[in-house]
Design a protein around this ligand. Structure first.
Ligand SMILES: [Zn+2]
Length: 378
C-alpha cells in the first residue's frame, strides 16, 4: 500500500472532499519520498540550541540542490528568499531548526559530566539515551545519560530519586576515570551535547523520532520550495522561508527584518486535555500562552485551508509561545499566524502521522498555489 492509498484509507471526510484533495495533491506533484528523506537528514544532523555549525551548511547544500541560495542574519537564521509577483510586500514562513539539547555544566573529579538543559528537557525522557559531546575544537565523543543512582542493585533510591540536572550525569564511552582525563580529550564546560534521535518510519506510515519538533516543518518548507522550483511557481509577493535558531529557549524568531509584514510560523501542535489536536490533522493555532494570533490572518488561513478541503483543527496552545508572538512582544507591528503540525508527545521521543505531514505540507502549499493561482496570504 503506497502513501496515497494509506491517506485514502484513513480519510474521514466525504468522497467528493477526498477527490478534490487528491486533485490538489496531484496538481502540486508533491514528492513525499523527498519530504521523508529530507526530514530524516535534518533530524539526524545535530542542532541543539545555539549549535548551528552542522545544520546551516546542510541547509545551504539542500537549498543549492533545489536551486536556491541561503543568506543569514547575525543570529545565524537561515533565509531562503523567493521573489514574488508583487515586490512591494514580503511575507515570512518560519520553521525553527534548533532542538533541545544539553551543555556541559561541570566535570566531576571522577570524570562524570554534569549537564545543564538547553530548552525544556525532561530528564525522565532521556535516561539511558546516547549523547554526543561536540567540543569547541570540533571533536566528538559519545556518552550515556544516567542517573547518579543508576542501579537498583546498588542504590535504594534508584527508582525514586527525582531526575533533574543535579542528579543526572553523562558517562563517556571513553577510557577516562578523572576530571583531568576528560579535559585531556578537549572537553570543557560549555560544550554542547546532542541526543540520539532514533528516526524510524514504520511500515504503516508513522514516523517515530526525537526532534520532529521542528525538523518536520523545516522539511515541509523544503518540500514546498522543491515544488515551487520544479513547477516554476511564483508566489504573489516576496516570500521568505526562514529557519531560526534559539526557539527552544525563547528568542528564536524574535527578530524579523523590517520588510516582513506577515509571519506564518510552522511548528508542532500538542495533543491532550484542552488541546484538540489530532495526529492525522494539521492545526491552526489561534492563541498561545502569550497572545491570540491575528484574527484577520487566522481567518484567511481557516478560509483558504477550508477551500482546499484540508483536514484542519483550530487549536490553542497553553504553554508554548510561537515565534510570531515573540516578534510582537519585541514591539514589531506585523500580522502573525501559526500552522501547527500535531504530534503525540511534544518533546520526548514521539511520533507523527503521515496524514498530518501531508496536511501540513498542503496547508503550507496553499501559500503558494491555491486554486492554481491564488496566494494564501494575498
Ligand atoms: Zn518547536
Amino acid at each position: 500500500m503506497d502513501a496515497a492509498d494509506r491517506r485514502q484509507r484513513r480519510w474521514r471526510g466525504s468522497k467528493r472532499q477526498l477527490r478534490e484533495r487528491m486533485t490538489v495533491e496531484m496538481e502540486l506533484q508533491w514528492n513525499w519520498e523527498y519530504l521523508t528523506e529530507v526530514m530524516k537528514t535534518l533530524i539526524e544532523t545535530p542542532s541543539p540550541v545555539s549549535y548551528y555549525e552542522e545544520i546551516n551548511p546542510l541547509m545551504e547544500k539542500l537549498a543549492a540542490e533545489l536551486g536556491y541560495e541561503v543568506t543569514y542574519d547575525r543570529k545565524h537564521t537561515v533565509y531562503i528568499k523567493v521573489p514574488g509577483k508583487n515586490r512591494e510586500k514580503t511575507v515570512c514562513v518560519g520553521a525553527h531548526l534548533d532542538t533541545l539539547g544539553l551543555m556541559v555544566k561541570r566535570i566531576d573529579e571522577d570524570g562524570m559530566i554534569r549537564v545543564r538543559n538547553l530548552g525544556g528537557i525532561n530528564f525522565n525522557n532521556i535516561e539511558g539515551e546516547t549523547v554526543t559531546v561536540h567540543t569547541r575544537s570540533g571533536k566528538t565523543y559519545t556518552g550515556l545519560v544516567a542517573c547518579q543512582s543508576h542501579s537498583v542493585h546498588v542504590y535504594d533510591d534508584a527508582r525514586t530519586l527525582e531526575r533533574n540536572e543535579n542528579t543526572m550525569m553523562v558517562i563517556l564511552a571513553e577510557d577516562v576515570h578523572s576530571k583531568e582525563e576528560v579535559k585531556a580529550l578537549g572537553i570543557e564546560n560549555g560544550d554542547i551535547l546532542s541526543l540520539e534521535p532514533h528516526f524510524t518510519v514504520t511500515p504503516n506510515g508513522f514516523i517515530k523520532s526525537r526532534f520532529i519538533d521542528n525538523k518536520a516543518c523545516a522539511a515541509c518548507s523544503l518540500a514546498l520550495l522543491k515544488v515551487m522550483k520544479e513547477q516554476n511557481l511564483t508566489p504573489a509577493c516576496d516570500t521568505w522561508f526562514v529557519f531560526p535558531h534559539y526557539e527552544e529557549i525563547g528568542h528564536g524568531g524574535a527578530y524579523v527584518p523590517d520588510e516582513v509584514s506577515e509571519y506564518l510560523a510552522l511548528d508542532i501542535a500538542v495533543i491532550g486535555p484542552d488541546h484538540n489536536g489530532r495526529e492525522d490533522r494539521v492545526s491552526i493555532c489561534v492563541k498561545d500562552n502569550f497572545s491570540p494570533y491575528d484574527r484577520e490572518l487566522t481567518d484567511r488561513l481557516v478560509r483558504k485551508a477550508d477551500a482546499l478541503q484540508l483536514n484542519i483543527l483550530p487549536l490553542w496552545n497553553r504553554r508554548k509561545r510561537g515565534s510570531p508572538c515573540r516578534t510582537q512582544s519585541e514591539g514589531r507591528s506585523l500580522w502573525n499566524g501559526n500552522l501547527f503540525f500535531p504530534r503525540c508527545g511534544a518533546h520526548p521521543y514521539g511520533r507523527c502521522e503521515e496524514h498530518s505531514k501531508a496536511s501540513g505540507c498542503l496547508c503550507a502549499g496553499g501559500l503558494i498555489k491555491q486554486n492554481r493561482t491564488r496566494h494564501l496570504l494575498e
